[in-house]
Ligand binder design. Structure first.
Ligand code: NAD
Length: 496
């Protein structure tokens, strides 16, 4: 059993530089999805906890925004080294509460660290611009200033990485911050905040409030909180976007997805199959960039289908802490039941279950939320399975005759997070890149995840807002522009 050594029970919040008990009256069990072991309890913090965090952040803001950017990033340099030093412990915590494999958890923390590295460039990234003599003797300057108190609301599937799409940029730009992790995976941020505390950041600059809807609603309504970064499912993203706007806040909301990949007959089939399987089944399909539909064009159908089925059948499923395991469980038993229901519905609506991963027996982990990789063939494009985000290790196969048909299918859906093409043709790749309606495009890539110095884009119902997480977009989101027009009509000849 793993729980005792790793966390206080119940988990505290971190407000104004102190670990403190929540005023919650309700608590949820945090459960290891592979073993069903209860790891700890998380408080569902009420409005009063959010109020305390907002007050602390507002108080800290006054001097934090006056701290030179060159000094602010020194805390991030320290954080980078602390994250690297504790990477294995953080990865283990992610695997314990989220279920993914240790290799996936390590990769996740690596992506988090890359965002810290990029934010260390704030003294350059945050600069404005100017022009002398916009009229005779008049100059104009654009300055970027922080927004104030900002909040980050995160989903369960990347407990270590996703807050880092925002947090390092927010504080490097001079904002103070409240993080609300997913109530299903709060342990990783608990560990991250222990490291943040060790950087010596002034009290109140970063605050951690555990909880769920009540805490989110309190964030949305709090007058001091000026900007909100949200990542999660599209219905909640839509709610947060509209509610935050009602209260006059700046808001960016990254939502759900249904990601198609297109396989042309000239693609390298060995590479395509390997990459597609990693995309569809990696992190047990619980990635917003997971391939969920594979559309073969022309002759690609036969070779691809056989190879991907083989890859699904041979993937080793089990407890993520076992280094040999290639795929862990899904997050909850409710998730598993929902995914199995969608597989059945897909079959009822015309698809053939080519590889059936339902009800697996994973020896020693009978209580875990496991589903093996599943493949459905001839998915009906109008079925629920073709349109709905599954968020599990399920790949639907479709066949179309031309690349034009495939692009039309990509563009017909409500989602726009990612679309990928596998081909050896530059002309086909160019056409796809130009026409596909999605924010992240992969050409011979299965998980088109932008590096920290590019925006994590998303279109249509996969994103509400205009500025995305990471890189320059994050810097713009966490700063407001001020334009100064100035004239100094002094007659210097008389003074000297
Ligand atoms: P979720 O929407 O259930 O939860 C996200 C956050 O919102 C959590 O912090 C949760 O406490 C809060 N929340 C949940 N219900 C709420 C409500 N009714 N009112 C207010 N707050 C609420 O999402 P999840 O299940 O944790 O995460 C999976 C989803 O996130 C998937 O849809 C996935 O595609 C999406 N996701 C998107 C991206 C992206 O970049 N587009 C990245 C990762 C995950």
């Amino acid at each position: 059993m793993e729980s005792a050594a790793i966390a206080p029970n119940p988990l505290p919040n971190y407000i104004n530089g102190e670990w403190c008990a929540s005023h919650a009256t309700e608590f949820l069990n945090v459960v290891n999805p592979a073993t069903a072991e209860v790891l700890t309890k998380v408080p569902l913090s009420p409005q009063s906890d959010v109020n305390a965090a907002a007050t602390a952040a507002a108080t800290a803001y006054h001097s934090w925004r006056r701290t030179p950017p060159t000094e602010r990033v020194q805390y991030l340099f320290k954080l980078k080294f602390l994250l690297e030093e504790h990477l294995d412990e953080l990865a283990r915590t992610i695997t314990l509460e989220c279920g993914k494999t240790l290799a996936e958890s390590r990769g996740e923390m690596q992506r988090a660290i890359e965002n810290v590295e990029v934010a260390c460039g704030i003294p350059m990234l945050m600069q404005g611009y100017n022009l002398e003599d916009i009229a005779r003797g008049i100059d104009e300057i654009m300055i970027r200033q922080p927004v104030g108190v900002v909040a980050i609301i995160a989903p369960f599937n990347f407990p270590g990485m996703i807050p880092f799409w925002f947090l390092p940029y927010a504080i490097a730009c001079g904002n103070t911050c409240i993080v609300k992790p997913s109530e299903r995976v709060p342990l990783t941020m608990q560990k991250v905040f222990e490291l943040l505390e060790n950087t010596g950041l002034p009290k109140g600059v970063i605050n951690l409030v555990n909880g769920a809807k009540e805490a989110v609603d309190a964030i949305l309504e709090h007058p001091t909180i000026r900007a909100i970064s949200f990542v999660g499912s599209s219905p909640v993203a839509q709610y947060v976007y509209s509610r935050a706007a009602t209260f006059g806040k700046r808001v960016q909301c990254q939502g759900g997805a249904k990601n198609p990949i297109i396989v042309l007959p000239d693609a390298d089939m060995e590479m395509t199959t390997r990459i597609t399987a990693d995309s569809a089944f990696g992190c047990a399909g619980q990635r917003c960039l997971a391939a969920s539909l594979a559309v073969t064009v022309g002759e690609a159908r036969h070779t691809f289908t056989e190879a991907i089925a083989n890859s699904a059948q041979t993937r080793m499923v089990g407890y993520g802490l076992d280094e040999k395991v290639q795929m862990g469980p899904v997050i909850t038993s409710q998730s598993r039941d929902r995914i199995e229901g969608l597989i059945q519905q897909g079959a009822n609506e015309g698809a053939t279950v080519l590889v059936d991963g339902r009800n697996p027996k994973i020896s020693g982990y009978e209580q875990g939320n496991f589903i093996r990789p599943t493949i459905l063939q001839n998915v009906n494009p109008n079925s629920e399975l073709a349109r709905t985000e599954v968020f599990g290790p399920v790949l639907g196969l479709m066949h179309l005759d031309t690349i034009e048909d495939a692009i039309a299918l990509v563009n017909s859906g409500q989602w726009g997070n990612m679309a990928c093409l596998f081909t050896n043709s530059g002309a086909a790749a160019r056409k796809f890149r130009y026409e596909a309606e999605a924010g992240n495009i992969g050409i011979n890539i299965g998980v088109a995840a932008p590096m920290a110095f590019f925006p994590f884009s998303g279109w249509k119902d996969s994103f509400y807002g205009d500025l995305h997480g990471q890189g320059r977009h994050a810097v713009e989101f966490f700063t407001q522009t001020k334009v100064v027009v100035e004239r100094w009509p002094k007659d210097w000849s008389r003074q000297f």
